[in-house]
Ligand binder design. Structure first.
Ligand code: PLP
Length: 401
């Protein structure tokens, strides 16, 4: 048995099978490259589902983390610490909002957004107690808690986890008329991903996001944008909503906010929304801890330079030009996406998304399949053009083979 095989067998024996990882055992990583326990190198074209937008072992982020590790890592919110105010001020400024509520994982931030919207509905909008409704989209992916899977339309994510949390209505993604019909006087929020990542990198039709903005404003409903995967540079802008000049009431952020170093998530909104929470009503032991704040502050400083958004725009144009060429043959049926982010639908006759991912792995490229026949491409934004081209060459070879 090789070291990889031993490690995989032990993981299979002693971990719950809630994932089906590709058979690679990573031992180290830098930039866009990972190295396995046998010393083989792989180009990372997934980037931790966009948590690694700034690449593996990013020097600035590692240095920020190391410096903070030597000072103080956790106080709990029972006390103030000296990185908290800067983190909240800087993140609010990046978002053009007034307040931040930090959590750890994406799902916790979505839960926080749901709780905030409901409380806002009862305290500010005047919705009768227990009647608040949140409208969400078909094909959504917002996390894995019992409340969040309650409004998932993916049977794999939802089945056998009931009883489900009420108070959500699901409408087709991209359909403004359906959204308008679903919004009523008890609706407190519309919660959507500006681009649906897990669904296969689905970009809504032009005009949809501005339409959601207009409708929610007119009906006194909060517009919550889940930018956990789409935000922080991935699409070539700080937020995917920017491509349509839309500013939601609430940003939900995660993944890249922690730079792939620590879990950091947050809800960011104005005072009239986030101001509804009072001490003791909501919180998290680790939310907003000094280590998280130190790393996130460096992430925010990097985003402020605009360099990563520019890279995602330029390399993304190249990526999509190259992928468009693949749609001419019979292997690729559709390509979607924005910036350095693409969903590639493979003709099922050429293999499942999983099989394509395995063949790519054998050629030194790591991607992740979704929904049977789609593969997602989302390399770290620090990838260089030569490596991206090499990765695309491997994809072409796999599809032609
Ligand atoms: C759009 C979106 N929202 C929420 C989440 C949940 O984040 P986490 O896995 O950190 O809980 C994800 C994770 O993939 C996501 O893509």
């Amino acid at each position: 048995m090789t070291a990889s095989e031993r490690s995989i067998a032990a993981a299979e024996a002693h971990s719950a099978h809630n994932y089906h990882p590709l058979p690679v055992v990573v031992a180290s990583a830098e930039g866009a490259w990972m190295t396995d326990v046998e010393g083989r190198r792989y180009l990372d074209m997934l980037a931790g589902y966009s948590a690694l937008n700034f690449g593996h072992s990013n020097r600035r982020l590692i240095d920020a983390a190391k410096a903070q590790l030597e000072r103080v890592t956790l106080t709990s919110r029972a006390f103030h610490h000296d990185r908290f105010a800067d983190f909240c001020t800087e993140l609010a400024a990046l978002c053009g909002k007034e307040m931040v509520l930090p959590m750890n994982t994406g799902a916790e931030a979505i839960e926080t957004a749901v709780k905030t919207a409901r409380k806002w509905g009862y305290r500010v909008k005047g919705v009768p107690d227990g009647q608040a409704k949140i409208v969400v989209a078909d094909g959504n992916f917002h996390g894995r808690t019992t409340t969040i899977v309650s409004f998932s339309t993916d049977p794999e994510a939802r089945a056998d986890y009931g009883p489900y949390t009420p108070g959500f209505e699901i409408v087709p993604y991209g359909d403004l008329a359906a959204l308008e019909a679903a919004v009523d006087e008890h609706t407190v929020a519309v919660l959507i991903e500006p681009i649906q990542g897990e669904a296969g990198v689905l970009v809504p039709p032009p005009g949809y996001l501005p339409g959601v903005r207009e409708l929610t404003r007119a009906r006194n409903v909060l517009f919550i944008a889940d930018e956990i995967q789409s935000g922080l540079g991935r699409t070539g802008a700080t937020f995917a909503c920017e491509h349509e000049d839309v500013v939601p009431d609430m940003y939900v952020l995660g993944k890249a906010l922690g730079g792939g170093v620590v879990p950091v998530s947050a809800v960011v909104a104005d005072r009239d929304v986030l101001g509804v929470h009072r001490p003791g009503e909501h919180g998290s032991t680790f939310g907003g801890n000094p280590l998280a704040c130190a790393v996130a502050l460096e992430v925010i400083a990097m985003l402020r330079s605009g360099e990563y958004q520019r890279r995602a725009t330029e390399l993304g144009e190249h990526l999509h030009r190259e992928l468009a060429l693949l749609t001419g043959g019979d292997a690729v049926t559709a390509v979607r996406g924005r910036g350095l982010w693409a969903g590639v639908d493979i003709n099922p006759a050429r293999g499942t998304g999983r099989e394509i991912s395995e063949r790519l792995m054998a050629r030194g490229v790591l991607v992740k399949d979704t929904h049977g026949s789609t593969i997602r491409i989302a390399p770290p934004l620090v990838i260089n053009k030569e490596d991206l081209d090499w990765g695309l060459e491997q994809l072409r070879a796999v599809l032609e083979g």
